[in-house]
Ligand binder design. Sequence first.
Ligand SMILES: Nc1ncnc2c1ncn2[C@@H]1O[C@H](COP(=O)(O)OP(=O)(O)OP(=O)(O)O)[C@@H](O)[C@H]1O
Length: 278
Amino acid sequence: MSGLAISTTGLVHIYRAHGHDVAALSGIGITVRPGELVGLLGPSGAGKSTLLQLCGGLLTPSAGRLQIGEHNVATMTEVELDRMRAADVGIVLQGAGRNLIPYLTPTDNIRYAQRAAPRGHELPQPDDVLHMVGLRDHASTPLTSLTPGQIQLCAVAVGIATMPGLLLADEPTSQLDHQARDEVLAAIRTINAETGMTVLLITHDPEVAATLPRTITIRDGRIASEGRSGEEYAVVATDGSLPLPPHVAELLPAGTLVQVTTDDGEIRLTPIEQEGPR
Ligand SMILES: Nc1ncnc2c1ncn2[C@@H]1O[C@H](COP(=O)(O)OP(=O)(O)OP(=O)(O)O)[C@@H](O)[C@H]1O
């Protein structure tokens, strides 16, 4: 299967908890092309995991549009979402162990993940999947004998067991030493490059983020900025609003009047001094 595109418009997700609502996403608009490798960044509680789970069909949007390849996620039934997860979208949850059955070998974990794929879906050999993540020599090694890095690689292998068009990974490099982190990142890059699978991964690690071709930073449930090969850019939203980078927002407290002028192709923001109350 080739890479799946992701497209969202005005995506909103509200958790209803203990009698009050939490708006985790407040109108996200992103487009990810098939085969892109994208990092999702942002402070704790920004809404990254919520976005990832929506893309994986583990949650359904409260409002807005979410398209994964041909799937219009907002309108799908539970059965259709199950089918999408079983073959088209691979999810690596935070904490490698949550993705694995501890008493099965890497090969059998992959076979288990492949069981749910619909009839007719072409499945790779477990050995080939393990080769792709660099674990072929550990096909039959008990999980208890693997290092933390190898267990994470095994979780990634299980995530791609059905060769989905989209791999979603929630902090796949966290809690690993630098060498293991780089090996997991290299495996994800290999998967992306060799299969054309679209990859969306969450990371808190600036060193990981700096190596990714594209990053999307979420803050307070909205897109705050995008990075391209380590360079940060503000993104104009569909309603024309432009989130200010934090170091500029500090200079312009809420309510500041700003004159916006253009001059020879440059756009200038000039805060206007307001008279205080007499
Ligand atoms: N099941 C839930 N019920 C109620 N509120 C939730 C639930 N899950 C997340 N939230 C809230 O939604 C907001 C976004 O959470 P989310 O986990 O998506 O953020 P995050 O960016 O992934 O954070 P972290 O980096 O800490 O994992 C937070 O305010 C969080 O407290």
